[in-house]
Design a protein around this ligand. Sequence first.
Ligand SMILES: Nc1ncnc2c1ncn2[C@@H]1O[C@H](COP(=O)(O)OP(=O)(O)OP(=O)(O)O)[C@@H](O)[C@H]1O
Length: 170
Amino acid sequence: MLLFGSPVSTLPVRATEHTLIAVKPDGVQRRLVGQIIHRFEQRGFKLVGLKMMQASEDLLSEHYREIVKKPFYPLVRAYMTAGPVIVMVWEGSNVVQSSRKMVGPTNGAEAQAGTIRGDFSFHVGRNVVHASDSTEGAQREIGLWFQENELLNWESCDQDWTIEANEDKQ
Ligand SMILES: Nc1ncnc2c1ncn2[C@@H]1O[C@H](COP(=O)(O)OP(=O)(O)OP(=O)(O)O)[C@@H](O)[C@H]1O
């Protein structure tokens, strides 16, 4: 019986993508890192890179090169360099677009409950997370924040650490 009308095999198969997610200094200071990671794990995406770092002004102006000339950019620079950030690379089908939906609109005041910004932010200048906005942007940002050898290739990890219910009794 087909509950939803079409067999699973007709679902579109998308190539695996990567995206850059960052927990901004306010998210780190407010101890939201675990909850944010949990949402991406729960959705089924794979974490392939993670580190905590203090963003330099140069790295940040390269990362935000599209807004660096905007009048509010000095506020963004002060905010993003005020403390450490957690940067992560997540892998999965359609992860770029899905992550943007999970994060919600830029201004937390306009973000729906259930999105990360909708649940944890109400101010555009303290919006807790960053998510790449396109696959090309993601590739560029991942290259800025990570060295290639800092990213895990899950396919080369053939060890299955799942413990079966009766295994741990041995
Ligand atoms: N008017 C503003 N005043 C203060 N900060 C702003 C303003 N507009 C944007 N920002 C900050 O600059 C960041 C980058 O803006 P952008 O327009 O690229 O939004 P975004 O793509 O939703 O955010 P991000 O790139 O951080 O995921 C925003 O996340 C926000 O922190």
